[in-house]
Design a protein around this ligand. Sequence first.
Ligand code: ZN
Ligand code: ZN
Length: 344
Amino acid sequence: MRAAVFRAPGDVRIEPVADPAPPGPGELLIRVSKAALCGTDSAEWAHGPLLARPPVVLGHEFTGEVAAAGPEVGGFPSGTRVVSGAGISCGSCAWCTAGRTNLCASYQTLGLHRDGGLAEYVLSPAAICRTAPDTLDDTGAAMAQPLAVALHAARRGKVGPGRSTVVIGAGGIGSFVIAAAAALGASPLVAVDIDDGRLATAAILGATATVHGGRGDALELVRDIVGGDGAQVVIEASGAPASPAAALSMARKGGDVVIVGLQAAPRPADLFSLSVREIDVHGTLAHVCGEDLGEAVAVLAGTGLAKTVLGDVIALGDLVEAGLRPLAEQKAHGKIVVDVRGSV
Ligand SMILES: [Zn+2]
Ligand SMILES: [Zn+2]
């Protein structure tokens, strides 16, 4: 089969590889139709290996149909359209037992540690797959995993009905976080960015107000909307160096701050203010399939999210030049989806 193999820094090749082994107990062999790309893929190609263990087939956001089910799998007859989560957990360690499968002691991610979905076929545990409804097309279904990541981040910050929420950064994962916060009922929901196009998209995705961080004092503008005490939830999704400190300043006393954007170095923050205002700061990693993936499918099937964030749909053969490179150079607009079955 053809697959996108990450071999070494700057070296991703579309090449023939052996078909996966027949599915083992609890596994599905999935014939991939579409796979979405994200910053993780481009970062591994450009600066990796960071988390990946090359050689490995990339792709952790994908959908397809069941080609074969292994022993002990129920509910996934051949031909079933499925979305797959990305993280494989053991089910028995302290974290799995506590329901925090994304922190599993032996956590592995498809497309980083095990061969992923930028290939004609991929093996995935049935336990992390969900059926895609007919109302959700393949392009939308390929976005279930990133939306699950966003839903998890929003839950970490206790986003909920009527909770005032600010999302800093409305590109990439930020746009999914805004959609997730809207789905969970955040109100008001403020998007902060320095790009007018992204802010316009954020409004379509459910932001009730937008703030251009490059025009005026973003903190003042946010307070004008959520009230002078600040927001109950602030989610930092930009990764910009100054944004964690800005996020802390925008949170009200007793509020929650979630750091989604990965920082390349330690950043200064006012920890005195954090202490005396009892701000809860949360990390967030990937998603918990049991909580987030099914809901992600439902949100995608019931909203225009996928069409709103969709960028280019590209062929697998164009993965590097039309996918990984523009993502790495921050020139991509919208979510790039790879048509794995399309012609070269
Ligand atoms: Zn991703
Ligand atoms: Zn575990």
